[in-house]
Design a binder for this molecule. Sequence first.
Ligand code: ZN
Length: 315
Amino acid sequence: MDKIIGIDIGGTKIAIGRADINGNLEESVRFPTNVSRGYKVIVEEIIERTAELIKGQSVRAIGIGCGGPLDSKRGRILSPPNLPGWDDVPLVEDIKSVFKVPVYLENDANAAALGEFHFGAGKDVSNMVYMTLSTGIGGGIILNNKLIHGVRDSGGEVGHQTILPDGPLCNCGNRGCLEALSSGTGIAKIFREKLASGRSSIVSQWVNRPEEISAKIIADAAKMGDSLAKEVWDSAIYYLGIGVANIVTIVSPEMVVLGGSLTKYGDELFIKVREIVRKRARLVPTDEIKIVPAKLGDDVGILGAVAVGLLGDDR
Ligand SMILES: [Zn+2]
C-alpha cells in the first residue's frame, strides 16, 4: 500500500497522477473537463482514467483537489462557479464506491498549500502560508502542521482580504480585494480601463483587441520602461506586498510560499514584496520569515491532491 492517487479537478482541465509516498510522480494524465458534459459523465471519465493508473498497483488512498465551495468532511461539492451543475454532489462517495480505498477531498488552493508544505518549498517548516497568484489569488494557511479549514472550508482565502475599501469590484462581490488589485485578471482589467480613459502605452501596438492584454504582456512592457505598464504593474505588486504583510502580521509564519504564473515574471516581485513586508509588519521579526517561490511548478495541482490523500484525516 505505497502509492497515492491525486486528482486535480478544474473548470478547464482535470489532471490525475500516481505518486509514491515521497511525492515522486510516476505517471499522470490530463484531459479537458468539458463542463457542458455534466457531473455524471465527467466523473465516469475520472473513474476510468484513475482505474488505468491504479491497475496492478498497490494504492493506499486517493486525494482530490477541486474548486470550492465544497464540504471536505462530507465529501461534497457545493455549486462552484467553474463547475456548473455540481450542486451538492457526493464526489467522494462516487469515487470511493468504485475503488474501495479511503478518498479525501480538499479545496484546490488548500490542496496546493499542502503539496508545497509536504513535498515542496515548505518541507522543513511547521507554519507556512501559501499563495497562488495567477488569474485569481488563492491560498492556504498551515499552522502547527495543520491546515486551517475554517467554518465550512472557507478559511485561508488570502486573496479576498480588503486592501482598498473603495477599490475595484471583485468576483466575490466585495470591493478592493487583493484579487481585484493584484491577480492577472485584475491587473489586465485595471490596465484596460486606463487605456480606455485615454492613457497611451506601447501595449496598444502589440495587440489587436484590448481583450488580448494579459498580465504577462503588461509585465513585459513594464520591463521595457513603458510608463503606464510600469505604473499598473508596480501598484499591483505594492498591493500584493501589503496583502502579504497583513498575513505576516496576523500569522507570523516561518515561511510564505508564492506560486502561480505571476511569480514567473522575475525575481523583482519577491524583492519588492519582501521590502514592503519589512516596512509594514513592524511587530514581527521579518528577517526570520522566508518569502520564497513555490517549488512544485505545474505539478502542484496533482501533488497537492496526492498530499491530501497521503495525510488523510491528519491534515
Ligand atoms: Zn474578493
